[in-house]
Design a protein around this ligand. Structure first.
Ligand code: UTP
Ligand code: MG
Length: 562
């Protein structure tokens, strides 16, 4: 397997490390950016989408999440779990001051299976005895205490406080310390993109659903899609999951098979059976799965979904079943995001800008979504001369869905990745537009975009006339007859145009480089406004875990608190 290092990511890591050691080291420690591991995490290896997803799924199959009294329990937990097999890594995170967790990844699935077979249920009434990889680490029993002697092994916690989300104040401080608009954008991306622990927790959250369904459906897959896997995920973003009940579609293999499963038939009305399935899955999650709370069934939507919180990972989830192109869309966005190192930082900057100026809102409504903004950025990059991203029609695709098979090749190395790899950064290479320039050009491009008549269409480099009069029309590249931004109202488009023009003007008139006077906002800081919306990520970050519990956690940790 050939792996390519993204040169400029190394640069981002260094920039942030320098900054962290000077200006905001406690914050950097909190978000886990000051360890050598995290600096190298910035130097992301490029894998294909499918390799990445498979890796994460395999990690999840070898991992458990253990609630502990504090990060200080790590050594004890390490020694205890090591008895069942070799531990590959341990990651700490906490959801609030009282709830600490350690994700333990074993080297082999068998070790985790042995460990789960040795776990017990609390000897209390009203316990539903489900077996999932979400555990407590309770204090030692007196018998075990006597049996064990010295505990010398010290685990290396790969991450401490692994899911801490930077607040707007933290981000402001980081941006203030940067030297140019491009550096601000790169710093913003480094500090806020979904990190290793964030991805692991998302795949474990999906794994819990799989485990719950694998009795009747042994080949079931609960696949994360959307921002959790498409490379545009922000720390604390929600988790979109699509269920595939039987993924073994090798029909040729079945032809010689004489033994056939007895099975019930589903309703011929696909939608009705999907609604029924989601209703049942929702009930099952609500009744049986530890950590799952706030289950809402939204069965009348175009795609029926079940929403819930997983309180043990701190993640909000949207679960669906009949979402045909869900994973393909994520793969497409992942490929386009890997095509050039500026794509993802630029998307983060545009989404942050939209949030700061109040164009996006965590509550669903008539406003523009993050997904639509991503497509707008990608379209803009296709329209550059020379194009930074290819129009998708250049990639010989079959209609109506893109045939992603030929795209499944390793993401392309852009000239910039190549040059940065050889030690020349995009900034130094004056033939290349910096991400800061692209940010300003994005504002200019859409300031003069003919939203009244034109659609945003990634499938062709030619202008596309809107097929109907939605105020904003963004063609869904996988289902071209659908408008991704159908929800957006005309007042929101008017607001978008005003904000684009205002912001382009503000950037032109304000400084785009750091000034010695720290009170003067410059670059991205120009757009920070007081009282803008609280982000969904920040809202959902600290669920009141302990209040929802029936079992008293203090009781479990009693021994250790003494
Ligand atoms: P989301 O609205 O959850 O967006 O849709 P997101 O990309 O995950 O971004 P955030 O972080 O939650 O705001 C999830 C995915 O569903 C697909 C896209 O793949 C999107 O990433 N989707 C969404 C569509 O295919 N069409 C749509 O109209 C909306
Ligand atoms: Mg999402």
């Amino acid at each position: 397997m050939t792996l390519i290092r993204m040169g400029s990511s190394i640069k981002i890591g260094k920039t942030l490390r320098n900054f962290c050691t000077t200006s905001s080291s406690s914050f950097a420690r909190k978000i886990g950016l000051d360890t050598p591991d995290d600096i190298t995490a910035g130097q992301q290896m490029i894998m294909t989408f499918r390799e990445r997803v498979e890796n994460r799924r395999n990690e999840a199959k070898r991992s458990v999440i253990v609630q502990v009294q504090s990060e200080k329990s790590a050594a004890d937990l390490y020694n205890y779990c090591s008895e069942y097999g070799t531990i590959e890594s341990m990651h700490h995170y906490c959801l609030n001051e009282q709830s600490h967790f350690i994700l333990v990844e074993f080297k082999a699935v068998s070790a985790m299976e042995i460990l789960l077979n040795q776990c017990c249920h609390l000897n209390e009434s009203h316990i539903i005895p489900t077996r999932t990889p979400f555990l407590w680490f309770r204090s030692k029993s007196p018998r075990r205490k006597q049996a064990r002697t010295g505990e010398s092994d010290v685990p290396i916690l790969k991450h401490q406080y692994g899911t801490a989300i930077p607040t707007d104040k933290d981000i402001k401080n980081l941006l203030q310390g940067a030297k140019s608009l491009s550096e601000q954008i790169n710093v913003l991306y480094s500090a806020t993109h979904l990190n290793d622990v964030g991805e692991r927790l998302r795949f474990l959250t999906a794994r819990q659903i799989e485990i719950a369904l694998c009795g009747p459906f042994p080949n079931v897959k609960a696949l994360p899609f959307g921002s959790s896997v498409n490379g545009f995920g922000r720390m604390g973003c929600d988790l979109d999951i699509v269920l595939q009940l039987d993924t073994d579609d090798s029909h040729e293999k079945w032809e010689d098979c004489r033994l056939v499963f007895q099975a019930k038939t589903s309703s011929p009305n696909g939608r009705a059976s999907s609604q029924r399935l989601m209703e049942t899955v929702g009930d099952m999650c609500q009744l049986f799965l530890p950590g799952v709370t706030g289950v809402k069934r939204i069965l009348q939507a175009r795609v029926p979904i079940v929403k819930f919180q997983q309180d043990l990972t701190g993640i909000e989830c949207d679960l669906s079943a009949s979402n045909a192109f869900a994973v393909q869309m994520s793969e497409l966005l992942y490929i386009l995001g890997s095509h050039d190192v500026r794509v993802r930082p630029l998307v983060f900057a545009i989404r942050a800008w939209a949030r700061y100026v109040g164009l996006t809102n965590p509550v669903p409504g008539r406003w523009i979504t993050n997904f639509s903004l991503v497509l707008m950025v990608l379209y803009f990059l296709q329209q550059r001369s020379p194009p930074i991203l290819p129009a998708l029609d250049k990639l010989s695709m079959s209609s109506p869905a893109l045939n992603l098979n030929h795209l499944d090749a390793r993401p392309a190395r852009s000239p910039i990745v190549g040059s940065a790899h050889e030690g020349i950064s995009a900034e130094q290479d004056n033939r290349v537009e910096t991400v800061g320039i692209l940010f300003t050009e994005f504002l200019a491009f859409y300031s003069s975009f003919d939203f009244n008549n034109l659609a945003i269409n990634l499938l062709t480099s030619a202008n596309t006339i809107k097929p109907e009069h939605s105020p904003l029309y963004i063609v869904n590249p996988l289902e071209p007859n659908l408008n991704v931004s159908k929800n957006v109202g005309s007042e929101e488009v008017a607001k978008l145009r005003i904000e684009l023009r205002n912001s382009a003007w503000l950037l032109e008139s304000a400084d785009v480089t750091s000034t010695s006077d720290k009170s003067v906002p410059w670059g991205l800081l120009t757009f920070f406004r007081e009282n803008h919306h609280i982000s969904k990520e920040q809202k959902s970050f600290a669920p009141p875990v302990s209040k929802r519990r029936r079992v008293s956690i203090n009781k479990l940790f009693l021994e250790e608190t003494r």
